[in-house]
Design a protein around this ligand. Structure first.
Ligand code: COA
Ligand code: AMP
Length: 581
């Protein structure tokens, strides 16, 4: 993440152009209309899945990218990814502006529309082209941000100028407790909504200083990175993801052990006892905000003691653009709402949060299947159900999908008339604090990244040996949730020959997800089964698989086709453990 990325966003806003930022960790095929099978041998192509992705969907005139991104273990070349996408896109952007990072400079091809960022800036300066501000209407779109839904096709969330500016500007003093001149450090990435709202627009609209951090909470170079930044820039508020902060306290952060560039001593990788905090003056820090996934109580308690500041869990989505719930800090400490461990706080003004429940789902914690029940009604306090917003929506919240008004109405507004479905399960306690338990659709949250298990299933099932598959989320001590795949092979496929071992298949499936979604999807666990658990009508019982991988009590529904399959799968999972870390 480099300042030029923010400059590009703000330049679009200035001239009334709509921007759509793509997270640097995505694979090339997240950009174009993707044939989900392309990475497997062409002679073995089974059914082909077409997915309209970002470039095809938003049809950009100009694409701006850096030559590369910098990750702890490698340099990620963006231009080849872009070239691959452009070569496969029907839509052609007229210009690609490339910022050449010193870590990797590339030969550009002006014939194909490539332009060098520095040369373009110099030329604009020579010609005294300032790019005057363009007035836009409040309801004109400021940006599109694509996010995962239940299928492989990401949804383009449309954010409008007026409501967004009001909402994020209001959030700064009231939710986060910062005033003009204060320093705000949001450690997310501008590829995600949190980064749009609170690395870029919120702090800058409110006259705060924002910190742009390219690095990880640990390993770049050590687990004191956040505290060093707090001291150096006198940060008043740190906003991060539970995963990021958990990484600092989790002792055996084994991922980095194999990277030669990483420090080898365990105490340099993580800081379970909080020793790094003591090396820095963090007295400027007044609040720690956590968002993106559920904050586990252990982490909240650990950091509120260690940093001696309130830890404020806040809940929101790409769709809403700013927090739906939060224990607000307010600029005057005496006004602040006390956080409650385990809860994401009460609703923010403008959001009327309700819990909708059906008689069928009321007594079960089965989120995914509960949403198919049609008769939902408002639940009393402390009853688990589907979280929903009673209409109307507040300013800043999305009001449409790009090229997808029908999908917007069907996907978000049709479940219960007069409500927007948040596709999260949760409950509201008697004090009005909201507790968010997890998604009700086929979406999981890995390290604060929203990922579609449906998209992973499309990729896995495209493998020529796979007859059917299911991907579910399993709890993970550091990343919150990770994807676990279950496959059943085609009858003609055998895994006993040297060319087709289970290990080889698993490796191919992992690599397929990595190549088609991105490394950050962390699709490392795959099992090969004889049979998936299904209802007699043929629906895969993903909740049974979720219960098994999470070591929870398995509630076997009476509609199951073959009850014996549950024991078999438990045996496979228990016998082999989670495969593949
Ligand atoms: N560009 C390219 N690749 C990226 C990337 C990016 N911006 N971000 C992650 N990746 C890649 C990594 O290089 C890694 O690839 P590898 O397997 O080849 O090494 C893979 O994705 C997994 O990376 P990551 O998710 O960062 O896991 P990690 O185990 O390396 O680090 C954490 C763990 C907890 C430190 C890290 O996940 C993190 O900082 N999470 C917080 C994220 C966050 O702020 N989310 C909030 C969004 S609102
Ligand atoms: P995204 O759109 O990527 O920001 O992801 C939104 C999803 O992240 C929500 O639907 C929730 O499932 C989850 N989420 C975000 N914040 C929280 C939180 N504070 N507690 C629990 N889940 C959260």
């Amino acid at each position: 993440m480099i300042p030029q990325a923010v400059v590009a966003m703000l330049a679009c806003a200035r001239i009334g152009a709509v921007h759509s930022v793509v997270f640097g960790g995505f694979a090339a095929s997240e950009l174009y209309v993707d044939v989900a099978t392309t990475i497997f041998s062409a002679s073995l192509l089974p059914e082909v899945t077409l997915r309209a992705k970002r470039i095809e969907d938003c049809q950009p005139k100009v694409i701006v990218t850096a030559s590369c991104g910098v990750e702890p273990s490698r340099i990620v070349s963006y231009k080849p990814l872009l070239n691959e996408a452009l070569s496969k896109c029907k839509h052609k952007a007229s210009t690609q502006i490339i910022y050449q990072r010193p870590e990797q400079t590339l030969v550009l091809d002006p014939e194909k529309g490539d332009r060098d960022w520095e040369e373009e800036v110099a030329s604009a300066e020579r010609m005294e082209r300032t790019g005057e501000c363009v007035d836009v209407a409040a309801r004109d779109p400021l940006y599109l941000l694509y996010t995962s839904g239940s299928t492989g096709a990401p949804k383009g969330i449309v954010r409008e100028n007026g409501g967004h500016a009001v909402a994020v500007n209001w959030s700064m003093p009231n939710i986060f407790g910062v005033a003009p001149g204060d320093v705000f450090f949001c450690s997310s990435d501008i590829g995600w909504v949190v980064g749009h709202s609170f690395i870029v627009y919120g702090p800058l609209l409110h006259g705060c200083t924002t910190v742009l951090y390219e690095g990880k909470p640990v390993g770049t170079p050590d687990a004191g990175a956040f505290w060093r930044i707090v001291e150096e820039y006198k940060v008043k508020v740190l906003s991060t993801a539970p995963t990021a902060i958990r990484a600092i306290k989790v002792c055996q952060f084994c991922r980095f052990q194999n990277h030669d560039s990483m420090p080898k001593a365990p105490e340099k990788r993580a800081d379970p006892d909080g020793n790094y905090v003591k090396q820095y003056d963090i007295s400027s820090l007044k609040h720690l905000f956590l968002a993106g996934e559920r904050s586990d109580p252990d982490t909240v308690v650990h950091f509120s003691k260690l940093l001696n500041v309130p830890v404020r869990d806040n809940y929101w989505q790409t769709e809403t653009g700013f927090p739906i719930t939060a224990p607000c800090a307010f600029t005057h400490p005496s006004d602040s709402t006390p956080p409650k461990t385990g809860s994401a706080g009460p609703p923010i003004p403008g959001y009327d949060v309700r819990v909708l429940s059906s008689t069928l789902s009321e007594h079960t914690h089965d989120h995914a299947e509960s949403t198919t029940n049609s008769k939902l009604k408002e639940a009393p306090p402390n009853v688990l159900g589907n979280l929903a917003l009673k209409l109307p929506l507040p300013p800043g919240c999305f009001m449409d999908l790009w090229n997808g008004t029908d999908k917007f109405v069907k996907g978000y507004l049709s479940k219960s008339e007069g409500y927007l479905d948040l596709t999260d399960a949760g409950w509201i306690d008697s004090d009005g604090y909201v507790n968010v338990m997890g998604r009700t659709d086929d979406v999981i949250n890995t390290a604060g990244h929203r990922l579609s298990t449906g998209a992973m299933e499309e990729i896995v099932s495209a493998h020529p040996m796979v007859a059917e598959c299911a991907v579910v989320g399993a709890k993970d001590a550091m990343k919150g949730e990770v994807a676990v795949g279950f496959t059943v092979l085609k009858q003609s496929s055998t895994l006993s020959t040297p060319t087709h071992t289970p290990e080889k298949l698993i490796k191919e499936l992992r690599s397929a997800v990595r190549t088609q979604i991105g490394a950050f999807a962390c699709f490392n666990h795959v099992y090969v089964l004889e049979k998936l658990p299904k209802t007699r009508s043929g629906k895969v019982l993903r909740r049974v698989l979720r219960a098994i991988v999470n070591g929870e009590e398995v509630v076997v529904p009476p509609t199951i086709e073959d009850p014996g399959v549950v024991e078999e799968i438990e045996g496979v999972v228990r016998g082999k453990g989670l495969k593949g870390v």
